[in-house]
Unconditional design. Structure first.
Length: 308
């Protein structure tokens, strides 16, 4: 607690409470000038006071810098540009061979989101599944979609509410159906298992099949082709992609049952709660209006996909 006291020409500022640091004296000089002097100050307390003041100044500076930078949502509204990272994953995001344009569930949902952001322009930035999170951290892009939700990824980025849930299954050649009947048949040292590096199916397969030889490739189509070309005995993929792969390659089938459950969401850089709140509201509205379901159905899948 402090108060001012006038004594003759002096004005004292008193401080009561730990630590007692004495008095600061304001003295009125001739001509109206005021000088300040310290009386009864303990050197140790002065030092601590200087340290505390420095910490306050540093905190205020960092707080001001953060406030100046603000949310990505504010910047997107101002610049009318949203940067989106993507990697190949059919039917989520892929280059249409006929049109040569980026297509899939992801691009359609993002384009719809850009409309609600004031008709923002989408800048698509191609990346790999293993480096998408690093791209968010480095401000290479504002959002990526879809991204499988995993605990390791959640340590480095923030996820929205999920937009899809699907099983993780093992794709095999029909010729190997008798040799690879169960998941235990896959978990053997002689089995070569193809996955897309950095994906949730890669993570869960690594845990479920520790004895298998992993062939980790940059994209999910490459993992499927490794199986088709005989470079792998099996491939771990989400159910929606396995359904699409079997349609394209009739000689492929799958082992019944899922070895894991995957969730797909939008992901942004950690700490931007304002942007995350807005994205969650957008996703909730897309679900409630049925628009999200219609986009999934357009690409031959559902928001909950499990092979029988």
């Amino acid at each position: 607690m402090s108060w001012f006291e006038e004594t003759g020409g002096d004005c004292f500022l008193h401080w009561i409470g730990p630590p007692p640091i004495g008095k600061i004296v304001f003295e009125k000089k001739k001509g109206g000038n005021v000088s300040m002097s310290q009386k009864g100050l303990n050197g140790k307390f002065v030092l601590w006071g200087m340290v505390l003041c420095s910490l306050v100044i540093l905190w205020c500076g960092s707080h001001a810098a953060a406030a100046e930078k603000g949310s990505a949502l504010t910047r997107i509204q101002r610049t009318k540009i949203i940067k989106v990272g993507w990697a190949t994953w059919y039917p989520w995001s892929y280059i249409d061979p006929k049109s040569g344009k980026l297509s899939g569930i992801g691009p359609e949902v993002i384009q719809r989101m850009a409309q609600d952001l004031g008709d923002a322009k989408v800048e698509w930035i191609a990346d790999n599944w293993g480096t998408l999170v690093a791209g968010l951290q480095a401000d290479k892009f504002d959002v990526t979609y879809p991204l499988g939700v995993t605990l390791p990824r959640a340590l480095a980025c923030d996820f929205s509410e999920d937009t899809m849930r699907e099983g993780m299954t093992i794709l095999i050649r029909k010729a190997d159906a008798q040799r690879l009947k169960t998941y235990d048949d896959v978990d053997k040292a002689e089995i070569k298992l193809a996955t897309c590096v950095g994906t949730n199916s890669d993570l869960y397969a690594t845990r479920r099949f520790p004895k298998a030889q992993f062939i980790r490739l940059k994209s999910s189509p490459e993992a499927v082709m490794a199986l088709v070309l005989g470079k792998a005995d099996a491939s771990a993929n989400p159910d929606a992609q396995i359904r699409a792969a079997m349609k394209e390659h009739p000689n492929l089938t799958y082992i019944k049952g899922s070895f894991a459950l995957g969730k797909n969401s939008m992901a942004i850089k950690q700490g931007d709660q304002t942007f995350l709140n807005w994205i969650n509201l957008f996703i909730a509205e897309m679900k409630e209006t049925g628009e999200l379901d219609r986009i999934f159905e357009k690409y031959g899948t559902k928001r909950e996909e499990f092979l029988e």
